[in-house]
Ligand binder design. Structure first.
Ligand code: BES
Ligand code: MN
Ligand code: ZN
Length: 495
């Protein structure tokens, strides 16, 4: 889908020929004399139009308006969050209509957050999965014009960033939604190669032999139960001087998680195809980086394999040796995410990173803790945590900080190895993070548990593309204010 940004007063927007025009009506709506403004004033006076987000008023071939369909959409105070809600409502009301050409008129005072939300919310609500359907229906929308009455200095840049983010999010969703027989580790490797070629990125895809040579005994143990060969993907985007230490993103790439020998119940097991959402988000971020080219260095690491039961599969009780040399007793083969991430975290050390952020659909416990609204954020470094929290707020891709007190790690003790891969059920998202932290001592580290946010279940089942928006916002903040600041990094106290 094509997005364009135009500076257009409402009077001019009235004359745009299109299939649908969505006009944001905020609390401060202006009192212009053009047909659109007059319509808004009359409707509001009559009490037929509220400015609350979600409230809509439709018109067909309205007088003085060239658009076939007009949707007046309450936009509240005009903030990003309200604009997002307004556009979701307006787009839902246009579902099934033959809208190829759409114009969205923002309010006079639209700031960067509103513009960003307009682009990402439009892209989000018009996405339709067709990859494995026999007919590609529902993808009519071709061109979206975002019209702002007053162009502000940052608008152009914000718009370009939002457009690239939307493309990255869509790409992550598409990969996430693919069935597990297609989205294999091999396919993810091919996608990374394709991305690298199209966007001048560096890409290396390692297979079983190279991974064995690296000593990733933990990652290999997870892959052992599957016929699909594992892949370890290394992507690099170089936007800043080589002397700038990179941000390393590590994405969990389990393309199907059956639980292994500790097998999961059958109900909803299909949703474990989404267990590569962390990997998909890293690929989505790189796609956007390739388009935007911000002044920052980024490395993407993706350990990818299936977790299946088999005669050769790892068993409860097995002890594996990680790349770091630490040994792990596998008490539950379903806690496989941490077993592949730990080796990727050790591999990350070689980049002498400014920060490492891993992204993983890691625990059902995180879904219980935070539901589908906010991702779980764990960090060993307050500055990194604050930056990620703030990025999430700006991108409307929220997260919430969780604790890392050392006592939470006590349950990982075992008599037979340096640690076990699971503790008890209480605080399961935190004990998983404590496990990872043992492999992240050499750099500022954060962990995003996206188990609740990466996909939706039920009738709206599908990937969300989160947290591509958050990560891109964070990375562009790093480009604006380089990672190597003069103030010494604060270590997190007892977290
Ligand atoms: N991929 C799952 C986590 C998951 C479960 C995400 C449900 C979303 C919904 C992960 O590999 C897993 O199975 N975790 C276990 C850990 C447990 C064995 C300690 C879990 O959460 O049940
Ligand atoms: Mn699992
Ligand atoms: Zn998993």
């Amino acid at each position: 889908m094509d997005f364009e940004l135009k500076t257009l007063a409402w009077a001019e927007a009235c004359r745009l020929k299109c299939d649908a025009l969505v006009a944001l009506v905020t609390e401060q709506a202006s009192g212009g004399a053009d047909p659109l403004s007059r319509l808004v004033q009359e409707a509001r006076k009559a009490g037929d139009l509220e400015t609350k987000p979600g409230k809509l008023l439709h018109a067909y071939r309205a007088d003085g308006i060239s658009a076939t369909r007009l949707v007046l959409a309450g936009g509240g105070d005009g903030s990003g969050k309200r604009v997002q809600a307004a556009i979701h409502a307006a787009m839902a009301s246009l579902k099934g209509r033959a809208v190829k050409r759409l114009v969205i008129c923002l309010h006079e005072a639209a700031q960067d957050d509103a513009l960003r939300a307009a682009v990402t919310a439009t892209a989000e609500s018009s996405y339709v999965y067709v990859a494995t359907k026999s007919k590609a229906e529902g993808r009519e929308l071709q061109r979206v014009t975002i019209a702002t009455p007053a162009q502000q200095p940052g608008h152009k840049q914000t718009f370009e960033a939002a457009r690239a983010a939307a493309a990255g999010i869509e790409y992550a969703r598409e990969l996430g939604n693919l069935p597990p027989n297609l989205a294999t580790p091999t396919r993810l490797g091919e996608e990374a190669k394709k991305l690298a070629k199209a966007h001048a990125l560096t890409c290396e895809v390692l297979g079983p032999r190279e991974v064995e040579r690296l000593g990733m005994g933990s990652f290999m143990a997870v892959a052992r139960g599957s016929e699909e060969p594992l892949r370890f993907i290394v992507l690099q985007y170089k936007g800043a001087a080589p002397s700038q230490p990179p941000v390393v993103l590590v994405g969990k790439g389990i393309t199907f998680d059956s639980g292994g020998i500790s097998i999961k119940p059958a109900g909803e097991m299909d949703e474990m195809k989404f267990d590569m959402s962390g990997a998909a988000s890293v690929l989505g971020v790189f796609r956007a980086l390739g388009e935007l080219r911000p002044a920052v260095n980024v490395v993407g690491l993706i350990p990818s394999c299936e977790n299946l039961p088999d005669g050769r599969a790892m068993k409860p009780g097995d002890v594996v040796t990680t790349m770091s040399g630490q040994t792990v007793e596998v008490l539950n083969t379903d806690a496989e995410g941490r077993l592949i991430l730990c080796d990727a975290l050790t591999y990350a050390e070689r980049f002498k990173p400014a920060a490492v952020v891993d992204i993983a659909t890691l625990t059902g416990a995180c879904v219980i803790a935070l539901g589908g609204v906010r991702s779980g954020l764990f960090a060993s470094d307050d500055q990194l945590a604050d930056a990620l929290l703030q990025a999430g707020e700006s991108a409307l891709d929220l997260c919430w900080r969780m604790p890392l007190d050392d006592e939470y790690g006590d349950g990982l003790k075992t008599n037979f190895a340096d640690m076990a891969n699971v503790a008890g059920r209480p605080g399961g998202a935190i004990t998983a993070a404590k496990f990872l932290q043992r492999f992240a001592g050499k750099f500022p580290w954060a962990h995003l548990d996206i188990a609740g946010t990466a996909w939706k279940g039920g009738a709206a089942k599908g990937s969300t593309g989160r947290p591509v928006g958050l990560l891109l916002q964070y990375l562009s903040m790093q480009a604006a204010a380089p990672v190597a600041t003069k103030t010494p990094r604060r270590k997190a106290a007892a977290r």
